[in-house]
Design a binder for this molecule. Structure first.
Ligand code: NDP
Length: 453
């Protein structure tokens, strides 16, 4: 019999924590999870899931406009009711919270409601109890971070934006990352007069330059007011709204300001300061390939370790961690290269592998194939929305090293292409693939002439 109450004690019931707990329990391990907020973590409660639901809501706006060219006459101008969307979303998230609870229960995992504090490498205190465990997993995720400026307290962050009491007719987003472009698109689509303020010359730093420029142009066409190379200097309350002063001297009056300026590891109150654990330059916990921190019984994974902050990455890390610590064989190390991702701005971005800029740096010679076209649907809809598809090929090996798309359902398309890129297929093999007609995605197997080298 083990000297510990549990084989694994998980702090945080988000995507990574729940998957780790369930999979460890399935190996016969005795597992408990502590959670002080909501089951399912950021993704289920204030991230991927509600964001996608709101993105669907925002797309209806265009669908109504597009319908006319196909013969549909809407009886009256459609009206949007924020409270219906928000409250239906709340109901759906409650349902998912319940599913997460049942998943843990069915796996035989004990769920403790409370914020756990690590007392020593094998003990935590939680909800008035002291519990011992052979291994303690820190899977607490991240938390929105907002820079200091006068009036910072008047902003909302991505945890709160979903549940605003009133619909913001005038909306401003600060930032140029995933959350900023997604919420600018969502509120613009829902009908807000929307502004995006970003300190750099072009948002989505790190993405393929052509993808960023194309997205900028499409979002501007849809009516998002883009303010680049400026920042918020101050926000003050004024009659009927908020006055936002930008560093370029411009002022804007809006109803809500979303600060989407990044996320930080959510380590407060966990008691980890006492251990002087090794950290990465961004303050996240440094771990080895077995997900051990510098104290081997303290494990960590997901957003708190500063890797790609994506749910599927946390899930993969959880399964990997369980294989290392509770499995029979040592698994192959996780491959963090060529992880596909989507940004649910409008139109969506889907991307896997290298940007053109990264490929130019890494390879001697590359070929770049691009298609910039009007999707068939918009020949009748009257919409001016265009679609960009792009393949980047290492000229020497002919391997496709990057695939990018900006357009409707880009994430759905790139998920399939990602398997081919992950498998290291060549451009010749893409070309041998017979397309599906008529689709937009068939362009990925019909691009024959490089746009440039
Ligand atoms: P990001 O790190 O992606 O972006 C933060 C943005 O804030 C950047 O544009 C950054 O500018 C800007 N910024 C940082 N500091 C300041 C400052 N002091 N003043 C003004 N601007 C500032 O964070 P997000 O909050 O957008 O999202 C967090 C993470 O969550 C993402 O990186 C992603 O991994 C994940 N996520 C994934 C989604 C998906 O898969 N679809 C959706 C949403 C989030 P600069 O570029 O100049 O540094």
């Amino acid at each position: 019999m083990s000297e510990f109450d549990y084989d694994l004690f998980v702090i945080g019931a988000g995507s990574g924590g729940v998957r780790a707990a369930r999979n460890a329990a399935a190996t016969g391990a005795r597992v408990a999870v502590a959670e002080d907020r909501y089951l399912g973590g950021t993704c289920v409660n204030v991230g991927c899931v509600p964001k996608k639901l709101y993105s669907y809501a925002a797309h209806f706006h265009e669908a109504f406009e597009d319908a006319g060219g196909f013969g549909w006459r809407l009886p009256a101008a459609p009206e949007f009711d924020w409270a219906t969307l928000r409250d239906n979303k709340i109901g759906e998230i409650k349902r998912l919270n319940g599913i997460y609870g049942r998943l843990l229960d069915n796996a035989g995992v004990r769920l403790i409601n409370g914020r756990a504090k690590v007392l020593d490498p094998h003990h935590v205190s939680v909800a008035g109890e002291t519990v011992s465990a052979e291994k303690i997993l820190v899977a607490v995720g991240g938390w929105p971070w907002v820079p200091d400026f006068p009036g910072k307290e008047l902003t909302v962050d991505s945890n709160r934006v979903f549940d605003l009491d009133a619909f913001p007719e005038r909306f401003l987003v600060l930032g140029g990352g995933y959350i900023a472009v997604e919420f600018a698109s969502i509120f613009n689509g829902l009908g807000s007069d929307t502004h995006l303020v970003y300190r750099g010359e072009l948002f989505l730093r790190g993405f393929d330059r052509e993808v960023r420029e194309f997205t900028r142009d499409e979002m501007a066409k849809k009516g998002v007011n883009l303010h680049f190379e400026t920042n918020i200097e101050a926000i003050e309350k004024v009659e009927g709204g908020l006055k936002v002063t930008l560093t370029n001297g411009e002022t804007l009056e809006v109803d809500a300001v979303l600060a989407a300026t990044g996320r930080r590891p959510h380590l407060e109150g966990l008691g980890l300061d006492q251990f002087d654990l090794a950290t990465n330059p961004d303050g996240s916990l440094a771990v080895n390939e077995r997900f051990e921190t510098s104290i081997p019984s303290l494990l960590a994974l997901g957003d708190v370790t500063g890797g790609p902050e994506l749910t599927p990455v946390a899930l993969a890390e959880a399964m990997q961690m369980v294989a290392h610590h509770f499995g029979d064989t040592t698994p192959e190390p996780l491959d963090y290269s060529r992880i596909a991702t989507a940004v649910f701005c409008h139109p969506n971005i889907g991307t896997v592998g290298l940007s053109e800029e990264q490929a130019r740096e890494r390879y001697g010679a590359i070929r770049v194939y691009t298609e910039d076209f009007r999707p068939m649907k918009h020949t009748l809809s009257g919409s001016s929305e265009r679609c960009l598809m792009k393949l980047i090929v290492d000229d020497e090996s002919d391997v496709v090293v990057g695939a990018h798309m900006v357009g409707e359902e880009a994430g759905e398309v790139i998920q399939g292409i990602a398997i081919a890129v992950r498998a290291g297929l060549t451009k010749a093999q893409f070309d041998q693939t017979v397309g599906i007609h008529p689709t937009g995605a068939e362009e990925f197997v019909t691009m024959r002439t490089p746009a440039r080298r």
